[in-house]
Design a protein around this ligand. Sequence first.
Ligand SMILES: Nc1nc2c(ncn2[C@@H]2O[C@H](COP(=O)(O)OP(=O)(O)OP(=O)(O)O)[C@@H](O)[C@H]2O)c(=O)[nH]1
Ligand SMILES: [Mg+2]
Length: 327
Amino acid sequence: MKGSRRAEQSVDDLVGRAREGDARAVARLISLVEDESPLLREVMAALGTHTGNAQVIGITGSPGVGKSTSTNALVSELRKQDKRVGILAVDPSSPFSGGALLGDRVRMQDHALDSAVYIRSMASRGHLGGLAWATPQALRVLDAAGCDVIIIETVGVGQSEVEIAGLADTTVVLLAPGMGDGIQAAKAGILEIGDIYVINKADRDGADQVRRDLRSMLALGERPEGAWRPPIVKTVAQSGEGIDEVVAELDRHRAHLESSGEMERRRTRRARDEIEAIAVTALRSRWGDVHGRSELDDLAAAVVAGDRDAYSAADELIESVTDAPTR
Ligand SMILES: Nc1nc2c(ncn2[C@@H]2O[C@H](COP(=O)(O)OP(=O)(O)OP(=O)(O)O)[C@@H](O)[C@H]2O)c(=O)[nH]1
Ligand SMILES: [Mg+2]
């Protein structure tokens, strides 16, 4: 009892400090997410009422296309507007945070000492629920911590791109000349997920060709009247050229989401996915315990003895697994 009260106090304290923008408290809370801590239930209950303000931007694209450099430049632009920014660099393929993402930190170091910018790398492989489970929880933490804008950067590896699109209000797809992106675009299904397309490395030859290819591919998809037409912006992330235009398009897209009711729909869909991911993860982790249970042995013995059938045994097992409260 005493222990749980202490845990409660520390959760309240952590949440309180995170809400004041204390970076260490934010870091601790996101670590609880990464560790799938049993305390998360309390954390989320405490955070619940303080979220829903942040604008969530997903940035995706092939490795090396310039996502981190663009994020760095975007943050500079957003800081001019005095916005608090959270950055989640998610590597869906790596079981470790840090490591492969170290380079990202280097490219974002313009903001390393800015207390209004919070940068965090997160790994999601190895998590039972993967990206779909961990990222929304981390988003809630950053949202509650007062971030006006949260940027999720992920390395584009097929499914993860689509998952990120599901988590963001606005998805920015980066392409660059000389990366064979024209073909990749069609393959990875990014033509469906981009709200804004950015052709980065416009200082290189071929940017206009990529733009033409992309424009004709986007034009092939039918869009209903009044629907958002994804703009294409050219940038040189290293020098910051074109980044102001990206920010303007982000604002325009946000306004569109709000006026069309799409924001509400996206957020509701997100909450639904989140609930589902939590529920499925909880069920799966409980299911993992079933193997070792004597109950299963007893049911098996009863089936072998002809005392009952396998279906009713399975029903009983499901009931016993789902009766316990969710952790
Ligand atoms: N010429 C040119 N190079 C750029 C531009 N933007 C980024 N780069 C370079 O491209 C390389 C990759 O940039 P990153 O920002 O790390 O790309 P990324 O998409 O985050 O890469 P991953 O996280 O590894 O997938 C770096 O060497 C950047 O300096 C640009 O606009 N023009
Ligand atoms: Mg990167």
